[in-house]
Design a protein around this ligand. Structure first.
Ligand code: AMP
Length: 295
């Protein structure tokens, strides 16, 4: 059953469920060496070598003159629901040429497929709760053995608890790897509520819209958002709202994020791999900040 899930998961990370919030995708070329745990150096976009300094474990970059070894990039894309992980991820994937592994997408695919894993996850996901650590860890454990992860991968929505982070570290230790970058997108809770509760998606393509910030052409001024008025720009098919994109579920998701997920930053801070980015700004500005801290 897990095998079937992972087949689906592969389809998911290959792009069909990636949800770009912004239609203005910026592109960038890859340069520089990977930043590994404990490393203090990296190459910048111009090929200059730079030192990674740590202030409370949070990284900033200063020019200096030494060399870092290139290692597998294991990146955690970190942030609350609605922070813009889905819209920024495709640009990170393109820049680093490594896949994005979204546990949320994998689980939604399992729910849609009606698999055993999906049945187990469905209700807890709809209520905004977390599925068991064991379940998501087993999904990731198998997925990262796939050939496309050989050069590294971007974890999106995982780890969600310090326990999961410890299980991830152990898993990576087996292959001599470590988490090389935790990229934390920061947005205040009150902004997230408006972003999330107005979000509609085109299920097949993953294209994401918003009733206020990214309206589909079909939603004329003054119309009430509904399955009749919210249609995908490209296919004309009805858009849908995620079952957990409601105010009630979001309250629970945000509470879980602050209580269980945010402590992960303190877990990785001593390694000097955490970079925080202000994501309460236009997507192109967020991308500019992200591009500066990518390996
Ligand atoms: P996301 O798309 O990342 O917001 O995930 C949607 C839902 O999937 C979450 O609200 C959880 O119910 C479940 N989920 C995704 N990733 C995890 C994880 N690492 N641990 C536990 N539950 C998860």
């Amino acid at each position: 059953m897990l095998g079937a899930l992972l087949l689906l998961a592969t389809a998911v990370v290959s792009g069909s469920f990636i949800a770009p919030l912004s239609v203005h995708a910026a592109s960038a070329s890859r340069s520089g060496s990977a930043v590994s745990r404990g490393a203090v150096l990296r190459d910048d976009r111009q090929g200059r070598q730079t030192r990674i300094t740590s202030k409370s474990g949070i990284r900033s970059v200063d020019p200096c003159m030494m060399t870092a070894g290139a290692e597998k990039t294991v990146m955690i894309l970190f942030g609350p629901p609605g922070a813009g992980k889905g819209s920024q991820a495709p640009k990170i994937v393109e820049t680093l040429s490594i896949p994005q592994l979204s546990t949320g997408d994998m689980l939604r695919a399992a729910v849609a497929a009606g698999s055993e894993v999906g049945k187990q996850a469905k209700d807890v996901m709809a209520s905004g709760g977390l599925v068991s650590d064991e379940l998501v860890v087993s999904i990731i454990r198998e997925r990262i053995t796939e050939a496309d992860c050989a050069g590294g991968f971007i974890l999106d929505g995982f780890p969600r608890t310090v326990e999961q982070a410890k299980m991830l570290d152990e898993m990576l230790e087996g292959s001599g790897d470590t988490v090389s970058l935790v990229l934390a997108l920061e947005v205040p809770d009150e902004i997230l509520t408006e972003r999330i509760c107005g979000r509609w998606v085109h299920k097949t393509s993953g294209r994401s819209y918003h009733v206020k910030f990214a309206k589909p052409k079909s939603l004329v001024d003054g119309a009430t958002p509904s399955e009749e008025t919210m249609l995908d720009d490209e296919t004309g098919e009805p858009l849908m709202q995620r079952a957990d994109d409601t105010e009630e579920a979001l309250t629970k998701r945000l509470q879980g994020y602050h209580e269980q997920t945010v402590p992960i930053l303190a877990h990785y801070a001593p390694a000097g791999v955490v970079s925080k980015v202000d994501a309460n700004t236009a997507p192109e500005n967020v991308w500019e900040s992200i591009a500066k801290v990518l390996p």
